[in-house]
Write a protein that binds this ligand. Structure first.
Ligand SMILES: [Zn+2]
Ligand SMILES: [Zn+2]
Length: 252
């Protein structure tokens, strides 16, 4: 059992809405400075910057002896109109999900001047590609289909920022419906938790994480949210072990 200081929701320069200096190297370095043990890179509909962030973390670990563990993730919008985080055990499963997701989204050309750049980067923080199609669009995948898809890939499925008035499961459906099998949800950092649970007593027994949903470097959680999990904290902890612990929480 150990306590992990986490921020499992943040957007890199790949998300059109995020700042261009949200590079893999800057994000991992900021997480290290802020004392985070674990971060997840969760761009809209794409996982393309996760690998570079993992490599940056490995480099920092060699330099400093420790660095935040990077979980490959994404934030997607289901047909019901709200956001869900998918957190994967490895980059391969993340990419497999992305291929599936691509076939369920409209291909709309990104208008950079309106929405912003969508940069794929390497671990030297160099732009290696710009995604031409807008990433922040919805999909035709229902929440239950998404849950099953993520589950089949060994990923954690977490309804995002459920306290928010837009793009949240609670805003769309009034609550977390019993059909949704997961019992782990995310609330935003600005949420007044006592007030929120009072308004939604049916959710009081759910497990929750608190994340920054950072779109710019200063927003990366400081000091982060402490999550107690029945796994050891050691320099060799990998994403799969951490995600499996989240999945156990999800099913409890
Ligand atoms: Zn969101
Ligand atoms: Zn987000």
């Amino acid at each position: 059992m150990a306590i992990f200081v986490c921020d499992l929701h943040m957007h890199s320069a790949l998300s059109p809405c995020a700042e261009n200096d949200m590079t893999p190297g800057n994000m991992v370095s900021m997480a290290l400075i802020n004392g985070l043990d674990v971060i997840a890179i969760t761009d809209h509909c794409s996982t393309r910057n996760c690998e570079a962030a993992i490599l940056c973390s490995e480099f920092l670990k060699k330099e400093h002896g420790h660095a935040p563990l990077v979980i490959p993730g994404t934030e997607v919008e289901v047909a019901e109109g709200f956001h869900v985080l998918g957190l994967f055990p490895n980059v391969e499963k993340a990419r497999e999900f992305e291929v599936f997701w691509e076939s369920h989204r409209p291909k709309i050309k990104n208008r950079v001047e309106i929405f912003g750049n969508q940069y794929v980067m390497n671990d030297d923080d160099e732009v290696i590609e710009e995604i031409p199609y807008l990433l922040s669009t919805g999909s035709d995948v229902s929440m239950m289909e998404l849950y099953d898809k993520l589950d089949s890939l060994g990923a954690a499925a977490i309804p995002a920022h459920i306290d928010k008035d837009s793009y949240s499961m609670v805003a769309s459906l009034g609550t977390v419906p019993p059909e949704w099998k997961g019992r782990l949800v995310e609330v935003s950092r600005r949420c007044n938790l006592p007030e929120f649970w009072e308004k939604h007593p049916e959710l009081a027994t759910y497990h929750y994480i608190v994340d920054s949903d950072a779109h710019q470097l200063p927003d990366i959680a400081d000091p982060g949210y402490s999550l107690k999990l029945p796994i050891d904290k050691n320099p060799n902890l990998d994403a799969e072990t951490f995600v499996n612990a989240l999945r156990d929480l999800m099913r409890k």
